[in-house]
Every structure is written in C-alpha cells, then in structure tokens.
Design a protein around this ligand. Structure first.
Ligand code: NAD
Ligand code: PRE
Length: 302
C-alpha cells in the first residue's frame, strides 16, 4: 500500500459512513484535520463532542477550503445538490469522492452539474454498513475486512484513483474497481432487493389486523431476515428511486422464482422444494464459509 497522508479531509453529510471513515483515518494517523459540514448543527456538534471530527461549519465554502479530499456522504438523491454547491469551490488539487450506494445516478448527476464527470471525482461505495444511522453509530472498524468498490471512468485521473484507494486501504478495506452499470446491477441483487423485501414483509405483516400477535411470536428467523427493515427510510427511498431499472429487474426475477416455489408448495412438489432449499443452503454456506476461511488465513491467531 502506498504511504499517504491527508492534510485536510472535508466530509459533507456527517453520519454513519462519513463518521466511520473519519474515525478509521484518525485511528491510523492518516489525516491531519477533519472538518464536516451538513444540514443540522446538532449532529455536527455531536460529531465534534464524540471526537469524530475536529471542526464543523454550515458553510460549504469554509468546509472545503484547502481540503485535499472531499467526501460526499449524504443520502443519494441529495448528492446532485451537493455537487452543484461544490462545483465553483473545486480546485485542481482537490479530490472528490462519495460513498453513495448507487453509481449510475451519481454519474448522471455529475454530468448534469459539470457537463462531464470531473477527472478528480472518484466515485466509490463501501460495501459495509448497518441498519443504524447518524454519527453516533459511527465505528472505527466499520470498513475493516470489507470491500470498497470504486467505479472510475476512463477519464478519471489515475493519481486521484490511487489516493482514494489508499484512503480505503488505510481503513482496512479491500478495494476493487467495477464498471458503473455492473455495480448497480450487482448491488440491486445483493443489497437493494433484500432491503425492499425486508421492508415489504414487515410492512405487510404490520398492516395485518393481528400484527401484535404475529410480532409477539416472532423469533430469531424473523429477526435475522428483517434486521435491515430498521434501516433509515430516507436512505432507502433514495436508493430505490436512484437504481430503479436494476431493482425492478431484480423484483421481476425474484417474483418469477417465488411463483415457482409457490406452485411447488401448492402442488405438493416436494422434490422441487427440496432441490430449491438445498441449492440455496449450499450456495449460502459455500459463500460464507469461503469468507470465514479467507479471514482465518489473513489472521490465523484471531
Ligand atoms: N448505511 C449503510 O449501511 C451504507 C452503506 C454504504 C453506503 N451508504 C451510503 O452512504 C450515504 C450516507 O449514508 P449513512 O448511512 O452515513 O447515512 P446517515 O443518515 O447516517 O448520514 C447522512 C448524513 O447526511 C446528512 N444530510 C442529509 N441531507 C443533507 C443535505 N441536504 N445536506 C447535507 N447533509 C445532509 C444527514 O444529516 C446525516 O448527517 C448514503 O448515500 C448511503 O446510501 C450507506
Ligand atoms: O449491513 C447492513 O445493514 C447494510 O445494509 C449494509 C449494506 C448492505 O450490505 O446491503 C447497505 C447498503 C450499502 O450501500 C452497503 C451495505
């Protein structure tokens, strides 16, 4: 990993993501000053009190002045407004990145604001998080042993990509580069669809007249399946609208699969049911066992 140091990091939108990034970089001694800006003085003040940031301001110009790196960590659909505010303040030596969960929408937003995506804007997405939000939920090790996907374009400057890669590696993450459309299709399937399903299941049950009884008898399976339905509704409202086409495709593919399972249950087709459940168990076990083994290989003592 290349040795790097950020003199001044500016965070726009200090919540779980921005706060965890600040905590991790500070813990590594990889950053001089962290300044945050956002909408609400109260959460910025909380970030300061928790030692996550060194200073805050509601003035974007003041926040990003002389910053080496600016991280946009607001909900996805706000990013265009943030980019528009940032545009006249950007300097050639300033590198801008983001953590939004959808990249096609971010690319289109940057194209609308700048004409084309600036060479010093490196789009990124940490594949780590939680159902909690806000700076108080930020942790120093959120990105440790997780992947961060960067989606640079052919016009993105190599030194800018290298610096953002080094920033995430300093947080203990593995960085991979991916095409924007591929990113949005993959994340629609593995992250966005599960959230839509969890929210919809809980809502459907909660609308049921006997919801109180149903929830009273819900145990570990329901809790595991629905943890992510406690995620921030604004964040997921934005993601669902920003990655509309890929999520609709995911819902359609899933519905077709669910129809097959429904038909198998209705007709008593145990072979199909068993085969479906067995394939799913193997696929999940292999994936998570593979992850577990690779973590063990990296730190055999833990
Ligand atoms: N939470 C996760 O698991 C996760 C994982 C990966 C990526 N992301 C992405 O990271 C981004 C931030 O998510 P988070 O979990 O940190 O959310 P969060 O709610 O914890 O933090 C978002 C912050 O943005 C601020 N904000 C909202 N509107 C704003 C505006 N108009 N101007 C300036 N600031 C504003 C909020 O006050 C808050 O401090 C989102 O785009 C999300 O999709 C989230
Ligand atoms: O662990 C969680 O609670 C998450 O929802 C994290 C999660 C996901 O894995 O789907 C959510 C959104 C992101 O953009 C990346 C990660």
């Amino acid at each position: 990993m290349s040795k790097f140091y950020i003199n001044k990091l500016a965070i726009v939108g200090l919540g779980l993501m921005g706060g965890s990034l600040a905590r991790a970089l500070k813990a590594q001694g990889s950053v001089g000053e962290v300044v945050a800006t956002g909408r609400r003085a109260a959460s910025l003040e909380k970030g300061l009190a928790l030692g996550v940031i060194d200073a805050w301001t509601l003035d974007m110009k003041e926040a990003v002045a002389n910053a080496d790196v600016v991280v946009i960590a607001t909900p996805t659909l706000i990013a265009e407004k943030v980019l528009a505010e940032l545009a006249p303040l950007m300097t050639p030596s300033m590198i801008v990145t983001d953590v939004a969960s959808v990249k096609g929408n971010m690319q289109r937003a940057a194209e609308r604001v700048f004409g084309e995506v600036p060479a010093n804007f490196v789009m990124g997405h940490p594949i780590a998080g939680s159902e909690q939000s806000g700076v108080e939920a930020a942790t120093v090790d959120l990105f440790l042993d997780h992947r961060v996907i960067l989606t640079p374009l052919s016009t993105t400057a190599e030194p800018a990509i290298a610096l953002i890669q080094a920033m995430w590696e300093a947080c203990g993450a593995e960085v991979v580069c991916m095409d924007v459309a591929e990113h949005d299709a993959v994340l629609a399937a593995t992250s966005h669809l599960p959230h839509v399903l969890a929210y919809t299941l809980v809502d459907a049950l909660a609308q049921n007249g006997s919801a109180a009884d149903i929830f009273r008898f819900a145990a570990g399976g329901f809790r595991d399946f629905t943890r992510i339905a406690s995620s921030d509704p604004t964040m997921w409202h934005d993601i669902a609208l920003a990655n509309k086409e890929a999520i609709l495709q995911g819902i359609d593919d899933f519905s077709a699969h669910l129809d097959k399972v429904r038909a198998a249950i209705a007709s008593g087709d145990g072979d199909t049911l068993y085969a479906t459940f067995d394939r799913a168990k193997r696929a999940r076990d292999e994936h998570f066992l593979g992850q577990y083994l690779s973590r063990q290989k990296k730190s055999p003592s833990s």
